[in-house]
Ligand binder design. Structure first.
Ligand code: HEM
Length: 191
């Protein structure tokens, strides 16, 4: 499938989700940052756990090195917070809102959103280090993510999307929209 088409078809959802993440706000405080990390932990942990169960076998080796909820738990610890408990993780939403269709296309649509978030993360990490005076990766290891390997890992992941048949496009787009919506929901939820 054509990944440029996927990017264009989900641009609005990206922007809407980005707008729920207030990390570029010039008045961002540490308590607010802690709240953002806790919200992200819930949805990223839900994704990690769902992905563990639903990953197609050939994706398991790359998925294994891309689990990121633990990075958020570390960042929360660095800031003196506990990670949210497992009862707060929206496993049920992940399960019940998954779109219908070919399971591989559904999986890759959701993974596209989670992997793509590492790209903006690089920019956010640099900004947060400057804003809060963090040493590199101390309190923002989630956003540092794959670091210098980010571009290479993104290209590696995109090959799986490119290998999908054209017919998978609608399901991948629908599943990516679903994942963007779940992320935005976690960021905006009343807690
Ligand atoms: C303040 C928050 C965010 C900022 C500033 C941001 C910024 C960016 C930027 C600059 C890119 C393009 C990077 C490049 O092409 O090298 C990008 C791509 C992307 N971001 Fe974000 N982003 C944010 C939040 C998110 C979130 C929360 C998600 C998902 C949950 C997300 C998912 C994606 C995806 C999937 C792409 C890849 C688009 C493509 O090329 O197909 N972003 N973002």
């Amino acid at each position: 499938m054509d990944t440029a088409l996927l990017r264009n078809a989900t641009r609005e959802e990206h922007n809407a989700t980005e707008a729920t993440v207030p990390l570029m706000d010039p008045s961002l405080t540490l308590p607010q940052y802690g709240d953002v990390l806790a919200r992200m932990y819930r949805i990223v942990r839900a994704w990690d756990d769902w992905a563990d169960v639903h990953a197609p076998n050939d994706l398991r080796p790359i998925l294994h090195t891309r689990r990121r909820a633990a990075l958020l738990a570390n960042d929360l610890k660095t800031l003196g917070h506990l990670a949210p408990s497992v009862e707060e993780v929206p496993h049920e939403r992940m399960q019940s809102t998954a779109v219908a269709g070919d399971p591989r296309a559904v999986f890759l649509g959701r993974m596209y959103v989670m992997e793509g978030s590492t790209l903006g993360g690089q920019l956010l990490a640099r900004h947060l280090e400057e804003h809060f005076g963090f040493a590199e990766g101390m309190g923002d290891s989630y956003f540092r993510g794959y670091g210098e390997a980010t571009g290479e890992r993104w290209r590696q992941f995109k090959e799986f999307l490119e290998d999908l048949p054209e017919e998978a496009t609608d399901t991948v787009v629908a599943s990516a929209r679903n994942m963007f919506a779940l992320f935005a929901e976690a960021m905006s939820a009343k807690i």
